[in-house]
Design a binder for this molecule. Structure first.
Ligand code: FDA
Length: 303
């Protein structure tokens, strides 16, 4: 129930305005690098120095205005240029609704194509995050269009809570996709998504194994130690080379586990979000772990 309430609150513009008034100081900085590109760059450099790769995520979603969507695409191109100028070990991840998918899918395609083109010129990579289930078809359509247009430096995300993800993965194997596999962070109805955690976890492991065996590149994106160890066993047993996978985790979540995997010689990328539009992202992180709500409540109490 708490999860549903928090995910419901993620869409509230009133709560968003309230959160912004009180700034990041109540605890958002635990999960968000800051509001500026300078904040991102400082955090990314620190992670790189500790052997962790980074995925830059400028926060934003559900943009309906064409000019705002275009402006967001230009900001992503600026991030790619900054990564190149500072020689950071970092790729970029974006949400298509940030680039206007809801309002105008063709314009969103042109926006993301521009970002992926700039990334290709700079030798970099762009991942299309996956949003709620109504965006899965349009997002995978854009991904396929980009691949058909010859862009190999773009990847997608599949969510193991969705029944459809096995079929989506099988449908993509022919073109050796670069996929990030996650459990899924949105509130979905039982018509489309597994309810039981054990089903979501088992589907996650099966997607990871299929993708490792037959896909191009697999990003195993979870903080779940049991599933990470199961993936490691599979990687070892099938001699999957280290250029075909990596582990991915979120900034601020289980940093000791991230460091431990690096120490053991595994490639790890940390998704580092930044920007002023941090509220919905933060609510999804709170929904994942009730203890995070207590962390925030105690900060508010102290403030
Ligand atoms: P699970 O929720 O079972 O957690 C396992 C353990 O990890 C917990 O017991 C706890 O110790 C720790 N943990 C997990 N979340 C935590 C949190 N918020 N705070 C503190 N501890 C926490 N989703 C999506 O729908 N679309 C997307 O594009 C992405 N992208 C993405 C990128 C990356 C790099 C990651 C790691 C995750 C995503 N996600 C996502 C989010 C994903 O769907 C999922 O909600 C979270 O990863 C939490 O699930 P776990 O797999 O970590 O397992």
């Amino acid at each position: 129930m708490l999860r549903a309430a928090l995910l419901g609150a993620a869409g509230s513009r009133t709560l968003q305005r309230f959160a912004h008034r009180h700034g990041m100081n109540l605890g958002a900085r635990r999960f968000v690098a800051g509001e500026t590109l300078d904040d991102f760059s400082a955090v990314a450099r620190g992670l790189n120095e500790r052997g962790l790769r980074v995925a830059a995520g400028l926060l934003g979603e559900d943009v309906r205005d064409a000019r705002d969507a275009r402006a967001a695409a230009q900001l992503f191109e600026g991030i790619l240029e900054r990564i190149a100028a500072e020689r950071l070990q970092a790729t970029v991840a974006l949400k298509l609704t940030h680039l206007g998918l809801e309002a105008d899918p063709q314009a969103a395609y042109e926006n993301v194509r521009g970002v992926v083109e700039r990334a290709r010129e700079l030798g970099n990579f762009v991942r299309l995050d996956m949003e709620s289930s109504r965006y899965v078809d349009p997002t995978l359509h854009v991904y396929r269009r980009l691949r058909a247009a010859g862009y190999a430096n773009v990847g997608a995300v599949l969510q193991s809570y969705l029944y459809r993800s096995q079929a989506d993965l099988r449908g993509m194997l022919a073109f050796a996709p670069n996929l990030r596999l996650v459990k899924g962070a949105y509130l979905e109805p039982p018509a489309v998504a597994y309810r039981k955690k054990s089903d979501v976890d088992e589907n996650f492991a099966r997607l990871v194994e299929l993708c490792l065996r037959e896909g191009g590149f697999t990003a195993v994106a979870t903080h779940d130690e049991r599933l990470i160890e199961r993936a490691i066993d599979f990687i070892r047993a099938n001699r999957i080379s280290a250029d075909r996978y990596e582990f991915q985790m979120l900034y601020g979540v289980r940093p000791a586990l991230q460091a431990d995997l690096v120490r053991r010689g595994f490639p790890v990328r940390v998704a580092v979000p930044f920007g002023t539009q941090w509220y919905p992202y933060l609510m999804r992180r709170l929904a994942e772990r009730p203890a995070n709500v207590l962390f925030f409540a105690s900060n508010m109490w102290r403030a």
